[in-house]
Write a protein that binds this ligand. Structure first.
Ligand code: IDP
Ligand code: MG
Length: 148
């Protein structure tokens, strides 16, 4: 089954949104396969966002991600990469639909609470970067109530 990397950014942690965000993914039916509460350093944040290194907002983005602890997660399920992006909402919260995490809780693009992998390739790279030991090994006992 597909896996994605989801990170609650420092503003999401500071604002007390960790439980709500985890709950949205859990209630949907996705399985939590990795969870870490950590501070990352500048080289690590730069590596995570290396594809954006030429953007004018890159150093501000790295400052933001290292400004406090983040919650790094692996979520698993059918189509979890694309569906996870839909649950998160558009990058700019001004354009995120109500009902999405960013649409409900954020206002500015540089304080948009949460990250989610945007493709199978980035999910694979990000999970390897953040969880070098790989995902947790467990199976949900309600699987057949979620999948036919
Ligand atoms: P995504 O998080 O929706 O995948 P990306 O384009 O990958 O969006 O950008 C990564 C992060 O960089 C965004 O979530 C946001 O925090 C930040 N960012 C993107 N564009 C801007 C911008 O124009 N100004 C400030 N920050 C930005
Ligand atoms: Mg992105």
């Amino acid at each position: 089954m597909e896996q994605t990397f989801i990170m609650i950014k420092p503003d999401g942690v500071q604002r007390g949104l960790v439980g709500d965000i985890i709950s949205r993914f859990e209630k949907k039916g996705f399985y939590l396969k990795g969870l870490k509460f950590i501070n990352v350093d500048r080289p690590f944040a730069e590596k995570h966002y290396e594809d954006l290194s030429a953007k004018p907002f890159f150093s501000g983005l790295v400052d933001y991600i290292i400004s406090g602890p983040v919650v790094a997660m692996i979520w698993e399920g059918k189509n979890v990469i694309l569906t996870g992006r839909k649950i998160i909402g558009a990058t700019n919260p001004a354009e995120s639909a109500p009902g999405t995490i960013r649409g409900d809780y954020a206002i500015e693009i540089g304080r948009n609470i949460i990250h989610g992998s945007d493709s199978a390739e980035s999910a694979r790279k990000e999970i390897a970067l953040w969880f070098p030991d790989g995902p947790a090994n467990w199976q949900s006992s309600v699987h057949h109530w979620i999948y036919e």
